[in-house]
Design a protein around this ligand. Structure first.
Ligand code: HEC
Ligand code: HEC
Ligand code: HEC
Ligand code: HEC
Ligand code: HEC
Ligand code: HEC
Length: 497
């Protein structure tokens, strides 16, 4: 009996060869190419092997058919891999095998390239993955990293994360195809490569950042949209090349100290337990006496090692809260501060629940025109130019930061780089967790920044200022509450933060 005694064996063999070749070609393409393309991976890692395995199956069936028919005829079954030019049937099947292999390879590679071209095209991305990834792509375009390719942060160099991302990519494509993906997509990205291997390729820890002056303008929710300004000198720190000392906020990353923590929610917003190990080996544990959390020594417990992304979790996908966005638009003069209550009304319109982007873009203009027509009927004509301008700006803010189809906006995407809108730093520095002698981390505002100017104006000349720092004054008289209560207790999502 011989290998090609049956045409099915020829077909099977051809499929096997073609599947293998396509796999190798696509694998090479995929590895060499910069652009991520999960669809190509789908063909390479699932399509090609399936074809190959199908071929193997045909091949085995063909052998089985031949063996049993030979046995029925009482023939002796013996394996022979030589070519039998004397057997016409054998030669016919051998040629069939070679011909089919060649034909299938050409067909698959052609189909692969056409498919590849199609998936690379903008239209394809626009239609298939843009709704899913839209929020991230849109915000990425407005970020400091708009020119850093996605793969630099999400995959990084080397093969192991590349393979992991392939497996992830295939799962994601299937989820999109079957419409089983979550809205919003899950975050944090648990499989994100550790920051030292991505961020630190470009921002190395010894780099010195010093102090950074941040001037923020706020507007109250009164009729006059009264301004308030705060200038902060943020002690970003780092390794100071002149003194060699590790300073400020970035001591977390320049010293060899290790900070580990246990998050109890999936978004890592609640941290009842953390531990710092200093380079000299001293260990300090901080825990919230009122919280329940898994045993830190337990084998099942995963201790998260703090890295860049625990503070910079939105380096390229920042969803601005409406209060922040409207304050900014007012400070730039894009929205006129002459419009009564525009800070309050604008935020409420952005904050309202809309099912789709279209609904929001219909209701925001109607809502604003309606507000001034009913509240300021005598001034509506005077204000109309400012109103129309404000509508344009509000719609722009909505489109850039709210994605109702994906349930994605600031409410689903906490930003950990502050403590004003989300608890951020105060997840650990908020005073809830204490060490064995009952001390919490310092709550002193100046640990992280000093306020060098503040006051009820958007003109820097009108502010109370001192380069040595001034004590914080809350824009609205609330006594000392801000010293003991987290900002987020009052600055809630309902108020646009
Ligand atoms: C500067 C680094 C960086 C770049 C560039 C970058 N990302 Fe991200 N991305 C992140 C980080 C960090 C997270 C969130 C990590 C976390 O919280 O676990 C994230 C999260 C995501 C998520 C999960 C949803 C979410 O909002 O948390 C998606 C989807 C995503 N990125 C897609 C992209 C796409 C698409 C691109 C390119 C257009 C891109 N990213 C470019 C760093 C980056
Ligand atoms: C491929 C290089 C590259 C990688 C990787 C990268 N960055 Fe950047 N980053 C840049 C560049 C370029 C800028 C812009 C610098 C500028 O505008 O001065 C920047 C700016 C920043 C800024 C300051 C901009 C701002 O918003 O105030 C922060 C913070 C930052 N990156 C954090 C990160 C973090 C965290 C990661 C890892 C998740 C990361 N970067 C990964 C290149 C990179
Ligand atoms: C403990 C929290 C924390 C950690 C951890 C952290 N950062 Fe930062 N980083 C900050 C804060 C706060 C700022 C200042 C905020 C701003 O610029 O708006 C900042 C600013 C920066 C800037 C901008 C500097 C500038 O001059 O504008 C870069 C770049 C940066 N960080 C990179 C990193 C990288 C890379 C890592 C990881 C190795 C890291 N950071 C870890 C909190 C942190
Ligand atoms: C996971 C918990 C955790 C988070 C979140 C966190 N820190 Fe820290 N931070 C620590 C620990 C632990 C120390 C070390 C305290 C010590 O020296 O014993 C520390 C120390 C510091 C120090 C140095 C204090 C000093 O006395 O020298 C600064 C500054 C700082 N953090 C700023 C920040 C800022 C800003 C953020 C938010 C962007 C932040 N941290 C978020 C845990 C955290
Ligand atoms: C653990 C470090 C830390 C401590 C302690 C801290 N802050 Fe902050 N604060 C930050 C960081 C980081 C930011 C964000 C700075 C930026 O945007 O660059 C911030 C931002 C702010 C802002 C600007 C808010 C905004 O984004 O519009 C104000 C106001 C402020 N802090 C007040 C205070 C006051 C008052 C205290 C003392 C009760 C305090 N902070 C304590 C780290 C800290
Ligand atoms: C007890 C509740 C409460 C606490 C705690 C609180 N605030 Fe406020 N805050 C308010 C109220 C109420 C307003 C007035 C809002 C308005 O004008 O509509 C306000 C207004 C502000 C404004 C200016 C207006 C704007 O655009 O939102 C800033 C800035 C501000 N607070 C900062 C802080 C910071 C920083 C902290 C934490 C250190 C803090 N607040 C803690 C209640 C609080």
């Amino acid at each position: 009996m011989s290998l090609y005694g049956h045409p099915l064996a020829a077909l099977g063999g051809a499929l096997m060869v073609a599947g293998m070749l396509v796999f190798i070609v696509l694998l090479g393409l995929d590895y060499l190419s910069d652009a991520e393309n999960p669809y190509r991976s789908l063909v390479a890692f699932i399509g090609a092997p399936v074809i190959g395995i199908l071929g193997l199956l045909f091949f085995l069936i063909a052998i089985r058919v031949q063996v049993s028919s030979a046995k029925r005829k009482g023939l002796h079954v013996r394996w022979r891999l030589t070519i039998i030019p004397s057997s016409a049937r054998y030669m016919r099947n051998l040629w069939l095998f070679l011909g089919l292999s060649g034909f299938l390879v050409i067909v698959f590679i052609y189909a692969g390239f056409r498919g590849y071209e199609a998936t690379e095209s903008v239209a394809f991305c626009g239609e298939t993955c843009h709704t899913v990834m839209g929020p991230q792509i849109e915000t990425y375009g407005d970020s400091a990293h708009a020119r850093v390719p996605c793969v630099e942060c999400h995959i990084g160099p080397g093969t192991s994360f590349w393979v992991q991302s392939k497996i992830d990519g295939i799962r994601q494509v299937l989820a999109v195809a079957m419409d089983t993906y979550t809205r919003p997509i899950h975050t944090p990205v648990v499989s994100l490569r550790p920051a030292p291997e991505t961020c630190e390729e470009c921002h190395w820890p010894e780099q010195f950042y010093g102090q950074k002056l941040k001037t923020k303008q706020y507007y109250r929710t009164d009729e006059a949209n009264s301004p308030w300004t705060i200038s902060l000198l943020v002690n970003i720190g780092g390794g100071n090349p002149q003194t060699g000392r590790a300073e400020g906020i970035h001591w977390h990353m320049v010293t060899d100290s290790l900070v580990e923590y246990i998050p109890v929610d999936t978004k890592r917003q609640e941290i009842p337990w953390f531990r710092v190990t200093k380079p000299d080996g001293t260990v300090q544990v901080y825990a919230d006496p009122d919280a329940t959390y898994p045993d830190p020594e337990g084998l099942e417990t995963e201790l998260r090692v703090m890295d860049c992304v625990d503070c910079h979790n939105r380096p390229s996908h920042q969803f601005e809260p409406p209060a922040v966005a409207v304050n900014l638009a007012l400070s730039k003069g894009e929205i006129s501060g002459d419009l009564p209550f525009i800070r309050a009304v604008g935020v409420d319109l952005l904050n309202a629940e809309y099912a789709t982007l279209d609904e929001a873009l219909t209701k925001i203009p109607l809502g604003l025109r309606d507000y001034y027509a009913t509240q300021y009927p005598f001034r509506a004509a005077d204000l109309s130019e400012d109103i129309e301008q404000a509508i344009e700006v509000l719609m722009g803010i909505y489109e850039g930061n709210f994605f109702p189809e994906m349930n994605t906006d600031y409410r689903a995407r906490e930003n950990n780089l502050s403590h004003f809108v989300n608890d951020g730093c105060f997840r650990c520095h908020g005073g809830n967790q204490v060490n064995e002698v009952g001390e919490a981390l310092s709550l002193e505002c100046t640990t992280c920044h000093s306020i060098i100017a503040q006051g009820a104006s958007d003109d820097l000349n009108q502010l109370q200022s001192d380069i040595a720092g001034v004590d914080f004054i809350h824009p609205l008289e609330i006594g000392d509450v801000w010293q003991t209560v987290k900002c987020t207790q009052c600055h809630t999502r309902e108020s646009g933060y």
